[in-house]
Ligand binder design. Structure first.
Ligand code: TRP
Length: 336
């Protein structure tokens, strides 16, 4: 009886984001906006995955600035550091430590099959380091330490989540129950934003064509200029369909920032030209991002206040991570 009266426990969610360069409108609409919604419903842990960033070569000064900036941006988005646990991965050493235990329970063959490893090792052929290879094991450690029920991931990270589940199941079978096997969380809304210059490719900050992507922190003028230059077709018809990939991408973006449906948008712009539509998209994106940029500019100014928050976040995270890590160590047979 008494159980019925208790408030049900919130489900636990974990996700991380790499601090590799400017975060884009694609990161915002595809993932980060959902983090903001999820904090209302779930018990959330969010981390800046800085250890993952060094699997490709990083300039130390830039890396440090990007870690700060990514952490500040998470706060600027409105993620509440009191309600959630928000921390920097390298501040909690258990991630690297657990990763070793998991590495010894992961097969070379299964890592070799990871498509992201194949892609990245082709792209960074002069630096195919062991960390790049075992990156999914570190990601499994990130996840399993916090026993989340759900992990929101985009399509490119699905395979890594699968392997984290496989590793957890295998470990539990060998040593007893230590880890929770998490499910992927596919949010109800989540837009896949494509390049503004080549709508067959995903929007990416590593794209050399700077007009192809919008940074969350871009100025209003830059945002509008990039949308004005967005590649479209010659049909001059604001209509969502496969053949009109460019205009369909703009419709997706406009729908995600305004909450209007595709049908409403097609109606609103029927008989109007692409020029007018592109400006409307640019302006609504700029208006959506403006308060985030304003909050960010304030937060990044005060490094001391930021430090207090990321240290508190690391303490909260470590409290949970330690327990899981020591349990795993004990089960494997280490002397504690
Ligand atoms: N690998 C993820 C990415 O590049 C980031 C990440 C690291 C992550 N650890 C994670 C995502 C744990 C979800 C859960 O996008």
């Amino acid at each position: 009886m008494s159980e019925i009266l208790q408030t049900p426990q919130k489900k636990k969610v974990l996700s991380c984001i790499q601090p590799s360069g400017m975060l884009t409108l694609g990161n915002y609409l595809g993932a980060l906006k959902n983090w903001c919604t999820m904090q209302e419903e779930f018990d959330c842990t969010f981390a800046v995955a800085d250890l993952h960033a060094i699997t490709v070569r990083q300039d130390p000064t830039k890396l440090r600035a990007q870690i700060y900036s990514t952490y500040a941006l998470l706060l600027a988005l409105g993620l509440d550091p009191q309600k959630n646990t928000i921390f920097i991965q390298s501040h909690v050493p258990e991630h690297a430590c657990l990763s070793w235990l998991l590495s010894c329970n992961t097969q070379f063959g299964e890592m070799s099959r990871m498509t992201q490893f194949k892609d990245k090792s082709a792209k960074h052929a002069n630096n195919v380091n062991v960390g790049l290879f075992s990156y999914p094991v570190l990601m499994a450690a990130d996840i399993l330490l916090y026993k989340p029920d759900l992990v929101p991931v985009g399509a490119d990270q699905k395979q890594h989540l699968e392997i984290a589940r496989d590793i957890a199941i295998r470990f539990n079978n060998l040593y007893g129950d230590v880890f929770t096997v998490p499910d992927a969380y596919i949010p109800k809304t989540g837009a896949r934003v494509m390049s503004l210059q080549d709508p067959t490719k995903k929007m990416s900050k590593s794209d050399e064509n700077l007009n192809s992507w919008v940074a969350i922190l871009d100025s209003k003028d830059d945002i509008i200029r990039k949308f004005k230059r967005a590649v479209t077709d010659s049909n001059a018809n604001v209509h969502f369909c496969e053949e009109q990939a460019g205009i369909s991408n703009l419709i997706t973006i406009y729908s995600a920032v305004t909450g209007k449906s595709v049908a409403e948008i097609e109606k609103e712009f029927s008989g109007k030209g692409y020029g007018e539509f592109k400006i409307a998209v640019g302006e609504s994106v700029a208006d959506t991002l403006a308060p985030i940029k304003a909050a960010y500019d304030e937060i990044i100014k005060d490094k001391k206040a930021l430090e207090v928050l990321y240290k508190q976040g690391a303490e909260k995270a470590e409290y949970v991570a330690r327990k899981t890590y020591f349990k795993a160590m004990k089960k494997v047979g280490f002397v504690l």
